[in-house]
Design a protein around this ligand. Structure first.
Ligand SMILES: [Zn+2]
Length: 334
């Protein structure tokens, strides 16, 4: 999924992002009781934000699908590391390419006509494979605002990125439903653009609502980066889980001291995904403890700050393993 480095490359309007970041009870999530919070069979469920380093495959099978081995490696590494809710690893492209290649109306990074749903689901094949390895899998879709701001509009069909974002959201309803049918545990939408101040947050919320209101599974929105300028708007988005980075952006934690999350859960980024430097288990444990103090253990899912596409496989695997170990130690102490 999002790699902040990849993202910076892909999104020309983007200035600060790395890989990827009294509540009006949002209208789009009636199907899932937001005051209850999804349950994952364990306290402090561990998960990933999305992308895993790409490990190319060899041999005959790779001729037919060069990325198949990379998907398998990403999935198996997550399982071996002990992650509770895994992803498909998002190895087939950065967060823009992975979703635009087969969407009618988009060619490369150009919007050339009206954006419409792809003829067949984009992520379902890899997610189905992930589900064959682990029951609890997170399905991930790049958010409409992030995609709209990562593309060039080369058609009079759209006056601005706001109109484009709404059509992208409509086009992704089918993808969300396909992931739901496949049995994913969580539907995650990645919207790193929202912390940059570039995207219209009102439009962003309506676009997300279009997707989350079309499914009954718990939804999550990942926004990385510094939340200080957008926090009041972002926590109104109609999702069950808000996923933010708290490792590389320690100050994000202070923003939540006096804010009501309306029963939503927090995806608590506690591992720095911007470096190959491995944090010791104790350090991650300390970060999680700080999160528990602010949010309470029942409200947290534990994950890295962002995707780890730009990391080495060894660094990504060790970071996940240390995160799982830190979480297990805390569970035992609760
Ligand atoms: Zn991110």
């Amino acid at each position: 999924m999002l790699n902040c480095g990849i993202l910076r490359f892909a999104m020309t309007n983007y200035s600060q992002q790395e890989e990827h970041g009294d509540l009006d009870v949002p209208g789009g999530v009636e199907a899932h009781d937001m005051n209850k919070g999804p349950e994952y069979g364990v306290i402090l469920p561990t998960t990933v934000v999305g992308s895993y380093p790409v490990t190319p495959g060899h041999g005959l099978q790779s001729l037919f699908d060069p990325m198949r081995a990379a998907v398998k490696t990403a999935v198996d590494d997550q399982v071996t590391a002990g992650i509770d809710i895994i992803s498909d690893g998002q190895v087939r492209g950065d967060m823009i390419q992975a979703f635009t290649g087969v969407v009618p109306g988009i060619k490369g990074q150009e919007v050339t006509g009206k954006v419409q749903a792809s003829a067949s689901p984009i992520t379902v094949g890899d997610v189905r494979f992930a589900r064959s390895r682990k029951n609890q899998v997170k399905g991930i879709i790049t958010g409409p605002s992030t995609l709209a701001h990562g593309l060039h509009i080369s058609t009079p069909m759209y006056r601005d990125r706001d109109e484009l974002a709404m059509d992208i959201a409509s086009a992704f309803i089918g993808e969300a439903k396909a992931l739901e049918s496949l049995g994913v545990t969580i539907l995650q939408l990645d919207e790193p653009i929202l912390s940059t101040g570039t995207a219209d947050l009102d439009v962003g919320r309506k676009a997300i609502e279009l997707i989350t209101s079309s499914v009954r599974i718990p939804s999550c929105m990942h926004v990385c980066g510094n939340l200080s300028g957008v926090i009041d708007e972002v926590i109104k988005f109609p999702v069950n889980i808000l996923d933010f980075e708290f490792s590389n952006n320690r100050k994000n934690l202070e923003l939540f001291n006096a804010r009501d999350l309306g029963g939503r859960m927090i995806g608590y980024g506690c591992v720095d995904s911007t470096t190959n430097t491995i944090e010791p288990v104790d350090e991650i444990r300390k970060r999680i403890d700080e999160g528990i103090e602010v949010f309470g253990a029942e409200a947290l899912l534990i994950d890295p700050d962002c995707g780890m596409r730009m990391r080495t496989r060894e660094a990504a695997f060790t970071k996940l393993s240390h995160m799982v170990q830190a979480t297990r130690e805390i569970r035992e102490s609760l």
